[in-house]
Design a protein around this ligand. Sequence first.
Ligand SMILES: *Cc1c(COP(=O)(O)O)cnc(C)c1O
Length: 381
Amino acid sequence: MAAGRRAWAEVDLGAIRHNASLLSDLVAPARLCAVVKASGYGHGSVAVARAALEGGASWLAVALVEEGAVLRRHDIEGPVLLLSEPPVDAMDDVVALRLTPTLYTEQGVEAAAKAVASAGAPPLSVHVKVDTGMHRVGASPDGALAVVQAVAGLPELTFGGLWTHFAVADEPDHPFTGEQCDRFEAVIERVVAMGLRPPLAHACNSAGALASPAARHDMVRCGIALYGVAPSPALAAVQPALVQDGHGLRPALSLRAKVSYVRRVAAGEAVSYGLRRPLERAATVATVPVGYADGVPWRLGVCGGEVLIGGRRRPLAGSVTMDQILVDCGDDDGVVPGDEVVLLGRQGDEQITAWDWATLVGTIAYEVLCGIGPRVPKVYV
Ligand SMILES: *Cc1c(COP(=O)(O)O)cnc(C)c1O
């Protein structure tokens, strides 16, 4: 495995299947939509999509038409939801690829209907998005009713679902999620009163699915939880049984590399750009061929980042560079080129998580995962 590779992301598809199955059971009878946008949060969208479907997901979701095209190109059938309204000039592709667009503007509805008509395709199922307070995309509650009505009036389109998105579901005590739920339910009631019950109503992301059972409706859209990572430290604290590794969700990705070079550096010398931190004692310094171009945040080098070698935590010895990092192995003269380095994941009894990095550098685990660059080969196990 990984022969000749100096750095790679190991993706445990068994963990993805397990997480999909755990989430499906948790939210049943609601369905699970596996969110595989952004190359499956850095895990590879195609392999993740297949594993999630095997684990019990019945829908997939992506952000871009291009991302949906990748799934179809790999013979992934079944419903694929586009999480934003596609650009008007992408509607022909949406129809050809049989993706399910989210719509919330008059132009979007018109363009979708026109694309279906010009392709001579069967009616296209579409979902309507209502903005209940996040104010990113979606029609206002009144606007959503008009969009639903427009969709229902066109023979080219089928009203397949109504949905919204939460702004603060990862803060379990925040009252705004309840407010958004109430607004969403009010819209559903008005749509039902028009005689147009949505076949699928959905609102929850991972955080909502885990923490707000009453908001699961007919489907939940899980990304981060599918990858075995908690949506927030706050949620991990209130749901330890679900989000802790070994009990519930299992992290699927680990970032690994091999030591490429080792040398002894004298006390008082410093390493890497900036020569920031002279060594207090002579140390074995290992070079590892993975850097910020691969998704290792530059800031890790200046805020206490660590890696695992030989089952032990070892501090970075200087700045993260584009292609390489330097690791302070202290007095350990047993570290040699070829030794496995774990940047994210487990080695022996030690573990470094995406949230560990995120907390150190001041971001969220989502950005850490999506930051793992295309230069890092994925090895599926
Ligand atoms: C990305 C996204 C999700 C998935 O969010 P997670 O927090 O990763 O579960 C769900 N819904 C929408 C609209 C999204 O953009």
